[in-house]
Design a binder for this molecule. Structure first.
Ligand code: ADP
Length: 217
């Protein structure tokens, strides 16, 4: 299955994508994680992306595409879950062209929906392991007690100014991607509120319906 998990920042797409990938043995491709890794390793892509990511702005399409293309080719095109890509209509069009040219079109886009208050609460309570990149939530998924607290940090783009930029950028540049996939008839909405397992069960329900060909969710 070839899937995109789509949603505003803070809707939990990264968390759900990693659970899905682990339980189904699919590849998890997160352009955000790839940018953070590139920034940490100070690669040319990382140096270029640094200021955009820190401020919560979208990185220019051509750089995001480079990462996505490399990751897709490495992953193979049979089973993957894309998280954080595409984020603009131009990226979505490129992705369709890239996959269709390889006879591997997307099967499904899952749009995770969450109200703005919950988004802000989740982003401001989020923390990350400085080395592994693992994400935590101070209340719902606290960092294990045996981890050195100095390794648990707040992402620079989870500070209030950057959160504002990311949410604005989402509504301006990213949200139109929903209409693009709506026209293609491959997008399904999932309520992203509740516990990790509740949301995961809703995603599995969509996958089951799509696999059985009853695409009315
Ligand atoms: P979130 O979805 O919580 O905002 P991500 O980890 O997916 O976080 O992305 C973090 C940052 O990485 C984004 O704010 C943006 O700067 C950059 N980024 C990730 N994916 C893309 C993309 N497809 N296009 C442009 N910028 C991207």
């Amino acid at each position: 299955m070839r899937i995109v998990l789509f949603g505003a920042p803070g809707t939990g797409k990264g968390t759900q994508a990693s659970i899905l990938a682990e339980r189904r043995n699919w590849r998890h491709i997160s352009t955000g994680a790839m940018f953070r890794e590139a920034i940490r390793a100070r690669t040319p892509h990382g140096r270029m992306a640094q200021e955009y990511v820190r401020r919560g702005w979208l990185v220019p399409d051509e750089f995001a595409r480079d990462l996505a293309e490399k990751a897709l080719l490495e992953a193979g095109l049979d089973h993957f879950v894309l998280d954080g890509y595409p984020r603009t209509v131009a990226q979505a069009k490129w992705l369709s062209g890239f996959l269709e040219a390889r006879n591997a079109p997307l099967d499904l886009v899952i749009a995770m929906e969450l109200c703005i208050n919950d988004i802000i609460e989740r982003l401001s309570m989020r923390r990350m392991h400085r080395v592994t990149g693992e994400h935590y939530h101070l209340a719902f998924k606290p960092p294990p007690a045996d981890i050195d607290p100095d390794l648990i940090v707040q992402r620079q783009d989870d500070r209030p100014d950057a959160i504002r930029n990311r949410i604005e950028g989402y509504w301006e540049a990213t949200r139109p991607v929903v209409d693009y996939y709506r026209e293609k008839g491959i997008i399904f909405d999932v309520d992203a509120g509740g516990t990790l397992e509740e949301v995961y069960t809703r995603i599995e329900d969509v996958l089951a319906k799509v696999s059985f060909g009853t695409q009315t969710v």
